[in-house]
Design a protein around this ligand. Structure first.
Ligand code: KG4
Ligand code: ZN
Length: 360
């Protein structure tokens, strides 16, 4: 790569983030201003509050990222921004800021797909002179995204040539974790809290047999709504049952067991789909990303899976699992090198359409 220095901006959901990345890999700074405090009392992200907070945070966060990187605006080679998918009002803040910066600096503007950037996040490093990286050893790669908004598997021929093989037909896995956490009375955001509870001593992941979704025999799609409903019935009892059974009291031990059982079923559903997707695909690596790659059980399972299949595993460092702008700047640098740049007509888009899926 060219050693380009890219400023990345990310505002697709409830994190305002900016980062400076050199050579597509080396993170010089990564600043994330979380809005957790704002959305906590609603136990979910409120779009209108999110976009207002982005407006307040965007300039301080960009300034902080430049200062932390020790890079003035004059040294930036391009501005990359997550422009899809996400909450439209939130995306617009980042896209507008990126356009203004790119225009005033007279530098290329690069629209980056947030989900693909998650796939890229395992490449990021803070090591200033990292070991050389043999890209040919990665592709074709099997990709897995597990986040609050997305759960999907991909075939990657390169970082910019990506085909979606399957995805969730209802809830995303992170959303299911968050809703399960609400049922168990855990604090927002629920995924990490549920993970911690499931790791507590004495948590029995076999205490309750929750459904592991497989769908059709060859399906690479996911479904988490059945698992979520099964947990709800464990907590609240089955509605309209012919012979109603009082649910067991939600004691600390019962909560731990339910958390561990839920986590086992959710992770196993992912493993089964990876197993199917990997079959006969001639993959050299497994590249993963999204908030749920922070999950302790999934991380262990992915390492075991990749080891057993002889795949090189790219698992993001913990700080790049959740939404961040380093992944946007990193993939932005790859797009820059491939000539995939945009102009000021770049739009914020709430979804990634199927038509856009195969290449970019
Ligand atoms: O990728 P991300 O930051 O946002 C989206 O693009 O959606 O993912 C956030 C999701 C949330 O649902 C959060 O609960 C989940 O990732 N998450 C976890 C863990 N850490 C974050 N889920 C399970 N276990 C965790 N340790
Ligand atoms: Zn994300």
């Amino acid at each position: 790569m060219s050693g380009a220095v890219v400023l990345g901006i990310e505002t697709s959901c409830d994190e305002t983030a900016a980062a400076v990345v050199r050579d597509g890999r080396i993170v010089l700074s990564s600043v994330v201003a979380s809005q957790t405090d704002i959305h906590e009392e609603y136990a979910g992200v409120v779009p209108e509050l999110a976009s207002r907070a982005h407006v307040e945070q965007i300039l301080p966060v960009v300034r902080e990222a430049l200062a932390a990187a020790g890079v003035g605006l004059g040294l930036i080679d391009a501005v990359a921004v997550g422009h899809r998918p996400g909450l439209i009002g939130s995306l617009l803040v980042g896209v507008s800021a990126a356009k203004a910066l790119a225009w005033s600096l007279d530098k290329p503007l690069i629209g980056v797909d947030h989900v693909r950037a998650h796939l890229y996040s395992g490449v990021l490093t803070e090591d200033q002179s990292p070991q050389a990286f043999d890209e040919d050893a990665l592709f074709p790669a099997l990709g897995l995204i597990v986040s609050g908004g997305h759960t999907a598997v991909y075939r990657l021929r390169s970082w910019t040539q990506i085909e979606r093989l399957g995805g969730t037909i209802d809830d995303a896995i992170g959303e299911a974790f968050d809703k399960a956490a609400v049922m168990l009375g855990l604090p927002f955001p629920g995924g990490p809290a549920l993970d911690r509870l499931a790791q507590e001593p004495g948590a029995d992941d076999r205490a309750v047999e929750l459904p592991i979704s497989r769908l059709g025999r060859e399906s690479l799609d996911f479904s988490f709504s059945g698992l979520k409903t099964a947990l709800l019935y464990q907590v609240k009892g089955v509605p309209n049952a012919r012979e109603p059974v009082e649910p067991l009291p939600l004691t600390p031990k019962r909560k731990r067991d339910l958390a561990a059982s839920f986590q086992r079923a959710a992770v196993e559903a992912v493993r089964i789909k990876l197993e199917r997707a990997a079959d006969g695909g001639g993959y050299k690596s497994l590249v993963t990303g999204g908030g749920v790659t922070a999950n302790s059980r999934l991380r262990a399972e992915l390492a075991a899976f990749a080891g057993a299949k002889g795949l090189k595993l790219l698992l993001p460092p913990m700080r790049y699992c959740m939404d961040n702008a380093a992944m946007i700047a990193g993939l932005g640098a790859r797009q820059l090198a491939a000539g995939l740049v945009d102009d000021l007509t770049l739009q914020a888009e709430p979804t990634t359409s199927v038509a856009q899926a195969p290449s970019r």
